[in-house]
Design a protein around this ligand. Structure first.
Ligand SMILES: Nc1nc2c(ncn2[C@@H]2O[C@H](COP(=O)(O)OP(=O)(O)O)[C@@H](O)[C@H]2O)c(=O)[nH]1
Ligand SMILES: [Mg+2]
Length: 447
């Protein structure tokens, strides 16, 4: 793989379609076009052309767009061929381009070139992948804001605030007698403030990941409470098996549902109970693990039923902000006062449902309200993927070391540089090949 290669790929999705766009980028783009029997028009102007194969035979009439480097997406000469979207035509265009000196692009190679030529930050390259992967409106909205640079701006801002305290530290290393204690405590305060901001951003920013990957809601509770019935009711189809027999659901069943334009990953889980059955026992273990890691839990009970016996410990399992669902309200079931009181003390809301008759409105409303409250926010989230959280965590650890080692300027300065580097990694201002490989590996060919 060399940046001096000229690359070609289908930019639209494969298969029969009205139109297909084939993109060519690199120093030989003009020669590749000549091989296709066409000449570039004025940059950024559409030109109507007839494309020819190697034998000089016309295989399609279409449109040609030409971008002269560096004023192009990749920063190189770029041509976009707008063709009719038949397989034979796309195949003819690509093989002719290859015969004329291009090679097939690697996954993400166009965007990677844009990044390497300084057209985009790494955060923006990621945003392009997110924008293409977005299936819901809020995901697309978040991706476009990231593409517009909102994420990068926050990290650059944080990094800049490290520069002057770092300069002071470095001056102390070079001229140990000239530093004053006053300067240093001010710098230390600034670092403390920054540390606080990073911590808040790491917590608050996790909603960015939920928007991208799904907000996790687990349906949990004792066997036979109607968890699977509720799950199906919320999902709107029979995704999970329902039965009178306790212990029917053994694995975690996950489905993404859309709530207010946000993706919610809803999970139906095995009923929590002690069991000798090995498979069911594993199901219970998975249910607990999923529930613990979820953003919210719906605790389903059928109210004073025989299965509301010992299944777990509310004090340990329930989290403030969870929902207690009293199901089978058609049978006039009510929950024991002790559990109701517990819910109130621990900060759980309560909703009644009759999942079997499809009456899950109160649960749906609670979900809609909760998802909206947790995922919408005026400020752009600082974390939209795990990579960002890793960098943020590294920066926080370094700043902690700075504060600890403040007495020894050399050590502190080193940690400061590492903190600045961790923040710079987000936008790719510094980067390593394996970070780039990891980011671009998720792209598909043609991006
Ligand atoms: N009367 C009544 N029965 C229900 C309701 N929801 C579920 N059931 C029944 O309770 C039994 C267990 O339901 P299921 O969803 O498999 O419970 P799970 O073990 O918690 O997943 C089934 O026979 C359901 O039809 C409800 O709202 N009212
Ligand atoms: Mg079930």
């Amino acid at each position: 793989m060399s940046a001096s290669d000229t690359i070609v790929a289908l930019a639209t999705s494969a298969g029969k379609a009205a139109l297909a766009v084939v993109r060519v980028s690199g120093p030989q783009a003009r020669a590749v076009l000549a091989g296709l029997g066409v000449k570039p028009g004025a940059p950024r102007r559409v030109k109507r052309v007839s494309f020819r194969d190697g034998a000089g035979e016309v295989f399609d009439h279409g449109l040609l767009l030409w971008f002269s480097g560096p004023r192009s997406f990749t920063g190189e000469d770029v041509a976009e061929l707008h063709l009719h979207g038949g397989r034979a035509i796309v195949e003819a265009a690509i093989s002719t381009a290859i015969a004329a000196g291009a090679r097939l692009a690697e996954p993400g190679e166009f965007t990677r070139r844009a990044f390497e030529n300084g057209k985009l930050g790494l955060d923006q390259a990621e945003a392009i992948a997110d924008l293409i992967d977005a299936s819901l409106r809020q995901q697309a909205k978040q991706a476009i804001r990231q593409l517009d640079g909102e994420l990068g701006a926050r990290y650059r801002g944080w990094r800049e605030r490290l520069i002057s305290p770092l300069a002071e530290l470095e001056a102390l290393v070079d001229f140990p007698d000239e530093g004053t204690v006053g300067d240093r405590s001010q710098a230390l305060r600034e670092i403390g403030r920054l540390q606080e901001e990073l911590r808040a951003a790491a917590v608050e920013g996790s909603r960015g990941r939920s928007v991208r990957e799904g907000y996790r809601v687990a349906i949990v509770g004792p066997p036979n409470a109607g968890k699977s019935t509720l799950f199906n009711g919320l999902v709107g189809r029979d995704a999970a098996i329902i039965a009178d027999q306790p212990g029917t659901t053994r694995d975690v069943i996950e489905t993404v549902v859309e709530i207010g334009g946000y993706p919610v990953l809803l999970a139906d889980t095995a009923g929590l109970r002690d069991t000798k059955d090995v498979v069911e026992g594993e199901g219970v273990r998975r249910a607990r693990a999923w529930a613990d890691a979820a953003d919210r839990r719906l605790w389903v009970f059928e109210g004073q039923g025989e299965n509301d016996g010992p299944w777990g410990d509310p004090d340990a399992d329930w989290h403030a902000g969870d929902l207690l669902v009293v199901n089978k309200s058609d049978r006039g079931r009510e929950l024991g006062l002790d559990l109701m009181a517990k819910a109130e003390t621990l900060g759980l809301a309560v909703a009644r449902a009759s999942a079997r008759s499809g009456d899950v409105g109160a649960v749906s409303r609670w979900l809609a309200k909760t998802v909206q409250a947790d995922l919408s926010g005026a400020e752009f989230p600082a974390v939209t993927r795990r990579r960002h959280l890793e960098c943020l965590t590294e920066a926080m650890a370094c700043l902690e070391a700075v504060q600890r080692d403040w007495g020894s300027p050399e050590l502190a300065a080193e940690s400061m540089r590492r903190a600045a580097k961790a923040l710079a990694l987000i936008v790719g201002a510094v980067h390593t090949e394996d970070v780039l490989d990891r980011v671009f590996a998720t792209f598909c060919i043609g991006k």
